[in-house]
Structures are given as C-alpha cells and as structure tokens.
Design a binder for this molecule. Sequence first.
Ligand code: ZN
Length: 185
Amino acid sequence: MPTISSRKPYRVGRSRTGLGLFATKEIRKGTRILEYSGPLLDCNKEEDDAVENKYLFHLTARWTIDGSVRRNIARYANHACRPNAESDVQPRKRKVYIRAIKTIQPGDEITYDYGTDYFKEYLKPIGCKCAHCEKKRKLARAEARAAKKRAKARAEKRALKLKMNGHALNGHAFNGAVGKKTRKR
Ligand SMILES: [Zn+2]
C-alpha cells in the first residue's frame, strides 16, 4: 500500500468493498482533497485508444486520464450514489480533482459519483454497494419480510375463520348430543 504523508487529510483503508479513501482530519466543504492523476491518453493514438481498465477518466472526446497507476491515490476513492465529494474536472488543464461537497469528518469514507456510464457498465450488473444503495436494499428486504408476514397473518386468519365455522357446526351437533345425554339422566 502506498504511504501517504500524515499532513494529508486522508488515508487508504478497508472499506465495505475492499479498499477506500478515508478522511483523517476534518475536510471543509469545497476543499480540493487530491488530484486524480495518471498518464494522459490521446484517443487519436492507437496504442492509447487500446488501453482498457476501470480507472479511465474521460476528460474530453480526445483526452483520458489513465488513473490505474499506483501513485494515483484518488483511485481508492469509491463510488457512492450520495457522495460527500465530487470530481472537479478541468478539461482545458486536463486535470481532475476530488473536491469535498460536504464537510467531511475524520474517519468518514471519501466518495464521489463515478457517473452514469461507469455505473451502467460496472456497478449495475453487480449491484451498487454504496451505503445509500445498501440501505435501500435493506429497506426493500425488510418491506418484503413485512409483506410476507402480513400475507401469512391473513392466511392464518382465513384458516382460523374456516376452523371456527367448522367448530360452530360441530358445536351444534355436540350440543345436541349433550342435550340427549342430559335427557337420559
Ligand atoms: Zn449506490
């Protein structure tokens, strides 16, 4: 794992999906946290255009940053659908910065939205694991469980009603029998 000097307000650490980027200090809203860096790829060059990995950051129709290099610490920042940072893209300077869009507390994971193309290609097929989507899934599971419980309760109530109707009939016959018995005494 790359070493990061302690004056930087972040570190690489374990996240729910592997590694992630975490704040070590309070990062004020609007702060440029770090640069998303790597070799510039020119899609007009065949060998550049052939590069394929998950860390490509498209700047313009022509230029792409290959962020897969180890020195690019920003590549550890995971995607989130409700992030606390964003990618601040400077196409003319051919630079990208990760910028806080909320004040981030020490220990918080630093996340940004990877964008719809990435989401569709890489996250949707496996299911987004961000906190927001996990919470949504958890709620959906709880809702499904509750619906199942309600259906079961309804079925039980129906069964009980049938049973009670049955008992009422039986009870009638039984009462008759009792009446006979009493008369016998
Ligand atoms: Zn998500």
